[in-house]
Design a protein around this ligand. Structure first.
Ligand SMILES: O=C(O)CCC(=O)C(=O)O
Ligand SMILES: [Fe+2]
Length: 199
């Protein structure tokens, strides 16, 4: 049956393959996941070093995995916790759509509008060539910005809503940067889960 609302939006940006599923998890189920993950995750705040300067990361994070492979970025090495049953539920659901098996999930907690994630690509060596990244949003919706690395005219903003999934694959990380900017608005907490494959 045809749905009144679109369940799958291809961003159609050059040099990339990015698909947005606004209604990936229904509201009530997504509320449940948010509450459990907010409470039960061992959130940590790490320092990162960028261009020789050290900062406290402007968000809290936690790393989960089904192997012991550490994940490193910005000179920070994270060792994974073992997946919980709740995270495995979400992981299975994501894998049904993505068509791959993920090894690792990085959780981000944006506590308010001052928490953010600066311009970057998920292009660490351990993710391999053309990595697939599946990003789930729970809680407060936040803008996700994309900009092309060489063509300065190419940029896009997308509002990531509660219960949504954003899939980035193909050459997306090679050619595009993304960020979750700060906002001056008074807003609620957002949890983001990014599933990755670390070989
Ligand atoms: O919070 C988001 O939507 C993006 C997170 C992200 O880009 C990352 O963890 O690499
Ligand atoms: Fe990212």
């Amino acid at each position: 049956m045809e749905s009144l609302f679109s369940d799958k939006v291809n961003l159609n940006l050059p040099d990339s393959n990015i698909i947005y599923y606004p209604n990936f998890i229904d509201q009530e189920e997504a509320d449940g996941y948010f509450n459990v993950l907010r409470k039960e995750t061992p959130w940590q705040q790490d320092d990162i070093t960028v261009f020789g300067k050290t900062y406290a990361q402007p968000r809290l994070t936690a790393l989960y995995g089904n192997n012991n492979r550490p994940y490193s970025y910005s000179k920070l090495v994270m060792t994974p916790h073992l997946f919980t049953a709740k995270l495995l539920n979400i992981k299975n659901k994501v894998e049904t759509i993505a068509g791959v098996e993920f090894t690792t999930c990085l959780l981000n907690l944006y506590r308010n509008g001052q928490d953010s994630n600066g311009w970057h690509s998920d292009n660490e060596k351990e993710l391999g060539e053309n990595p697939i990244i599946a990003s789930v949003t729970l809680g407060q919706e936040r803008f996700f910005h994309l900009k092309h690395k060489s063509d300065k005219n190419l940029k896009q903003k997308i509002l990531l809503k509660h219960g949504s999934l954003l899939l980035m694959k193909g050459t997306t990380q090679k050619h595009w940067l993304h960020q979750v900017p700060k906002t001056a608005k008074v807003i609620d907490e957002r949890i983001n889960l990014t599933f990755r494959i670390i070989a």
